[in-house]
Design a protein around this ligand. Sequence first.
Ligand code: 13P
Length: 250
Amino acid sequence: MRKPIMVGNWKMNTTSAEATALVTALKTELNEVTDVEIGVCPPFVYIQPVKQILQGSNIKTGAQNVYWESKGAFTGQVSPGMLKDIGCDYVLVGHSECRHVMGETDEVINKKIKVLLAAGLTPIFCVGEKLEQRQDNTTENVIRAQVEQGLNGVPKEKIKEIIVAYEPVWAIGTGKTATPEQAQEVHSFIRKLISLISNEETAQGMRIMYGGSVKPDNIKGLMAKDDIDGALVGGASLKADSFVKLVKYQ
Ligand code: 13P
């Protein structure tokens, strides 16, 4: 059985006071939850204070991005070793905003996945099609290319350490969530791809999260689907009240 996982991606939001208030509330209200893996990905500058508050809690922390070199003259970048050093568990890779706003390529995403695995961090590898690609019926081709290129050259036995997040670009921040059926179709397709790239056992063990306008009122339907193992949550993770409801969806 795959353990359900709920991760909040705060994106470029919160002040330091808001970040600490939010995790303080989450720590208290989610203290008893053990059947769902929980994580938060604050902006880089708030990871350490957030981690400090979360000490002794079951809530993990992640970063929203990383650079693929280990050190040196790369102004403005953060290395996998630095994230490991401050105790991060996950790192988001290939988020749609990095792909489509910052121009991140599959090649760059692939490098990041490899260095994260080498550093012992868990990549949350995001994939997803744009609206016009869905309308043109090219969703599967787009997802296949993103998965294959992102995992190119990753040792087969390492693939099971990755978490995948399917985030259709048209559903992110738009209030238009994919229907559970639409999401399930792509999740099952991703699981098949993983089994071809690695093996069936890895594919069955891999967690595939859904992201895109996940809210307390649509989480249950999504989580009821066989291949949906969790959610990567933007807007609704910024309020303790709604993120707590998402974690306690059952
Ligand atoms: P929203 O939940 O705000 O649509 O964002 C989804 C997302 O991009 C999570 O990474």
